[in-house]
Write a protein that binds this ligand. Structure first.
Ligand code: GLA
Length: 410
C-alpha cells in the first residue's frame, strides 16, 4: 500500500504540467520583447546605481508607456557562489542585492532581466551557470527576476540543444514566468530547434555602432547591414512566441541620425526584439524621436507576428514588405549606399505574394491602399496619397523611407 502511494506521488510529480518542467513558459513573447540592456553602452561597468538611474529614465522619458518594459543587466553583475552554491551579486557594485533592485524596478512598472552563461564562466569571466542550472533558476525566481539572457562562452564541448533545454526546464521548475533569451550567436542554427526552448535566439555575432563596412574577424563586430543580411533569410522560423534576435539596438551610440533611423526601422520590419542599448539618462532629441516613434514600433509589435521580407534589390535600394494585421502592409525602402536615391514607386510593379510565411498578397491591382509616411511627424503631411498613383521619394544615403499601407475601404 505504502509502495503504491509512493508510486502515485512520483507519477504526480513527473506528469503534472508545471511540475514536470517539460516546456517553456508560454505567453511571454506574443510580440517581440522590448526593453533596455546595459551591454552596448556600458559593457562591464555596471552597478545597482546605474540600473536604478536607467530605470528612472525609462519612466521619465515615456519609454515604459511606449512598451519598453524589460530593464536588463548584462554581464558583470555577478560575484561568486556562497558556501551552498547560490550565486551572489558583486558585493562592491551591487551591495544592496538583486532582490532590492527587482523591487525598485517593479515599483516603477517594469520588469528586471539578468544575464548568465551556459558555461562555467560568462564571456567577461564572471560566474557561469554550468552545473548549477536549477539552483540559478531558483535564485533568479526568488529574487523576482523576469528575463534571462543566456550566453554561450566557455561552453567547451557541451551540447547546445541540451544546455538550453536544461535551463528552460530549470526556469519552468522554479515556478516564476521568466522570459528566456538565448544568446549563442546563431552558431548552432537555433532557429531549427529552439522554438520549443527559448522565446528568442540570437542569429548573429555581436553588433557594433557601425552601419556598413566589413564586419570584424570571426563574426564579431557586426554592422547593421551585415546583420540584416544574415537575419533576412531566417524569416520563416520567427513568429509569436519565438523570435529571431539580430542583437540589441545601437541607436544613440554614435551612428548618424539617418543610420540610426534605418537601423531602428529595419529591426521593426524584421519583427526583432527592441532592446535599447544607449544611455537613457543622456539622450538627444533625435534619438528620442527614433526610439519613441509609436507608429514604427507598432510595425514591430504587430499581432500577426510576421518577419518582413526583402522583396527585391535594385542597385543600393532594397524593397521590404511586412504583412500586418487587418490587411495592412508596412513598406520600407532601405538605401544601403551613401548617395541619396530618387525613386518613383509604381505599385503595380510590386504585386507580390508572401508564399513563404503568411500566404498574403499585396494585390495592388485589386486593392487601393492609403499611404502613411511613418517618419513624417506632421500628421497632415504624413498622409501621402494612395496607391493609384506612383509615389516619388528621395531616400538619403544610409537611410530609409517607411510607410504603412492601409486598404481604402470606400
Ligand atoms: C557576448 C554576447 C553579448 C554580451 C557579452 C557580455 O559577447 O553576445 O551580447 O552579452 O557576451 O560579455
Amino acid at each position: 500500500m505504502r509502495k503504491l502511494t509512493v508510486m502515485l506521488l512520483l507519477a504526480a510529480v513527473v506528469l503534472v504540467p508545471g511540475r514536470s518542467a517539460a516546456q517553456k513558459w508560454e505567453g511571454l513573447a506574443d510580440t517581440p520583447q522590448m526593453g533596455w540592456n546595459s551591454w552596448n553602452k556600458f559593457g562591464q561597468n555596471i552597478s545597482e546605481q546605474l540600473i536604478r538611474e536607467q530605470a528612472d529614465a525609462m519612466v521619465a522619458e515615456g519609454l515604459v508607456d511606449a512598451g519598453y518594459i524589460y530593464l536588463n543587466m548584462d554581464d558583470c553583475w555577478h560575484g561568486e557562489r556562497d558556501a551552498d552554491g547560490f550565486v551572489q551579486p558583486d558585493p562592491k557594485t551591487f551591495p544592496s542585492g538583486i532582490e532590492a533592485l527587482a523591487d525598485y524596478v517593479h515599483s516603477k512598472g517594469m520588469k528586471l532581466g539578468i544575464y548568465s552563461d551556459a558555461g562555467r564562466r560568462t564571456c567577461a569571466g564572471r560566474t557561469g551557470s554550468f552545473g548549477h542550472e536549477y539552483q540559478d533558476a531558483l535564485q533568479y525566481a526568488r529574487w523576482g527576476i523576469d528575463y534571462l539572457k543566456y550566453d554561450w562562452c566557455a561552453t567547451e564541448n557541451i551540447n547546445p540543444r541540451g544546455a538550453y533545454t536544461l535551463m528552460r526546464d530549470a526556469l519552468r521548475a522554479a515556478g516564476r514566468p521568466i522570459f528566456f533569451s538565448m544568446c549563442e550567436w546563431g552558431t548552432n542554427k537555433p532557429w531549427e530547434w529552439a522554438a520549443e526552448v527559448g522565446h528568442s535566439w540570437r542569429t548573429t555575432g555581436d553588433i557594433t555602432a557601425r552601419f556598413a563596412g566589413n564586419p570584424r574577424q570571426r563574426g564579431w563586430g557586426q554592422t547593421v547591414l551585415s546583420i540584416i543580411d544574415q537575419n533576412a533569410p531566417l524569416r520563416k522560423y520567427a513568429g509569436p512566441g519565438h523570435w529571431n534576435d539580430p542583437d540589441m539596438l545601437e541607436v544613440g551610440n554614435g551612428m548618424s541620425v539617418n543610420e540610426d533611423r534605418a537601423h531602428f526601422s529595419m529591426w521593426c520590419m524584421m519583427a526583432a526584439p527592441l532592446i535599447l542599448g544607449n544611455d537613457l539618462s543622456k539622450m538627444t532629441d533625435d534619438t528620442r524621436a527614433i526610439i519613441l516613434n509609436k507608429k514604427v514600433i507598432a510595425i514591430d509589435q504587430d499581432k500577426l507576428g510576421v518577419q518582413g521580407l526583402r522583396y527585391k534589390t535594385e542597385n543600393d535600394i532594397e524593397y521590404w514588405f511586412k504583412p500586418l494585421e487587418g490587411g495592412d502592409w508596412a513598406f520600407c525602402l532601405l538605401n544601403r549606399g551613401t548617395e541619396p536615391a530618387e525613386l518613383n514607386i509604381n505599385w503595380q510593379d510590386l504585386n507580390l505574394t508572401d508564399e513563404e510565411v503568411s500566404g498574403l498578397s499585396t494585390q495592388f491591382d485589386a486593392i487601393t491602399y492609403n499611404i502613411e509616411n511613418l517618419w513624417e511627424f506632421n500628421a497632415k503631411k504624413a498622409k501621402v496619397g494612395n496607391t493609384k498613383k506612383a509615389l516619388k521619394v528621395t531616400v538619403p544615403g544610409h537611410d530609409v523611407a517607411m510607410y504603412r499601407l492601409t486598404p481604402n475601404k470606400k
